[in-house]
Design a protein around this ligand. Sequence first.
Ligand SMILES: NC(=O)c1ccc[n+]([C@@H]2O[C@H](COP(=O)([O-])OP(=O)(O)OC[C@H]3O[C@@H](n4cnc5c(N)ncnc54)[C@H](O)[C@@H]3O)[C@@H](O)[C@H]2O)c1
Length: 458
Amino acid sequence: MNFEKNILCIGAGYVGGPTMAMIAWKCPSYKVTIVDINPSKIVQWNSDNIPIYEPGLYEIVKATRGKNLFFSTDIDKGIRESEIIFVSVNTPTKTFGAGAGMAADLQYWEKTARQIKNSAESPKIIVEKSTLPVRTALAMERILASPDSGIAFDILSNPEFLAEGSAVNDLQNPDRVLIGSRETPGGLKAREALVEIYTHWVPKEKIITSDIWSTELSKLVANAFLAQRISSINSISVLCEKTEANISEVARAVGADSRLGSRFLNASVGFGGSCFKKDILNLVYLCRYYGLDVVADYWEGVVRINEYQKERFVLNMLSTMFNTLAGKKICLFGFAFKANTGDTRESPAIYVARRLVEERAELVITDPRALANAETDLSDIKDRISFIEDPYRAAAGCDAIAVMTEWDLFSGLDFERIYTQMSKPCFIFDGRNILDHERLFEIGFNVFPLGKSALKHF
Ligand SMILES: NC(=O)c1ccc[n+]([C@@H]2O[C@H](COP(=O)([O-])OP(=O)(O)OC[C@H]3O[C@@H](n4cnc5c(N)ncnc54)[C@H](O)[C@@H]3O)[C@@H](O)[C@H]2O)c1
């Protein structure tokens, strides 16, 4: 079959997979190929057991795979045959050298740029899908535009705003699609080519076009603002615990203000996910690079509150359970960084699990989708941990439950049954405030929500 356009995406991860599956689904006349350096990931994408859990995604992949959606490890061939190349490789926090622990590690990104340069035989539009520091497009332009290539490349920035757990819906009905380009004739033409793809399903008024630097920076700023809301409410949760105020009531009252809105105001054990922390640290690093230390300190505070919230959750467990956790059995309800995903990157549960093991507790972890990742994350301490999918079996014989992830299934459990099988006195630390605390107290649990008074039988 002859396709109208050939699109390539480099990087078959949490972003590349769903975004390209959506384009293939909405644009049947385009051929969409996704490539990755990790062959086992490609094998999984080509199987019935795709590598990420995302509600509704498998159905879309099944409907398009082999028709106009293809997964491959042949990156060079993909580059040669495509006019538009999305780059969606990982850009983690740098762990070495200058900027370690703060700056974005751009090694995967740069490798991709060089590979595009070496394999391309015709002009290409390169789309930055990965989240990158502002002005990265300049580096990409410089790598690609070296005199020996003689091929024209236009760089666009098209950051992705999907949230894991609701990626399919977010991609199908985005609040906005943001596309930035150079304001040159070539840049504007490339921008139009990308707009044309999205107009297959996104209303035109939701497609924002802008200059390239503002677009790159907007993604970092959007994540910083979202994380800031979580840290803001979490910082108030500790004040509520000291003053008998109730964080849910405060959030309700504050969120009813139409200038603020009610979303992202749930107090929790802290935010996780692969993006928030790394993107804020990237922003902080950029500010320091430009000598803006006061601005850098301001944003760094968002990360500091998050670390504080995780540590204070553990210390609260320790002091409540009579200042020793040694030999106690604690069940973590959930390990994913949020509900409806199996992703555990930067999950607060990793920190909590490690700290509890440091206190010599024994852990049982239950999660409907994230147990395989949990086992990998904690492989060095797994002799102190059991991984059990059935929450009833997981909680049996434990002294305490700590809710780490807001999976719906946890609030629907039969807690009377769970209570009878636990050691007494037994404790629940609700790190997501999703359970019916009064009811749990009536059953006999000692209940420790976040940002609310504890309900204790002693
Ligand atoms: N996960 C999210 O929710 C999310 C949301 C918006 C933006 N982002 C951004 O999107 C980017 C990708 O994130 P992700 O979560 O999809 O990462 P990921 O780790 O799930 O996927 C990245 C993929 O790129 C592949 N890769 C790395 N170098 C490669 C190369 N040279 N050639 C081919 N493949 C290569 C890796 O093998 C991996 O499969 C990051 O910059 C991230 O900040 C992520």
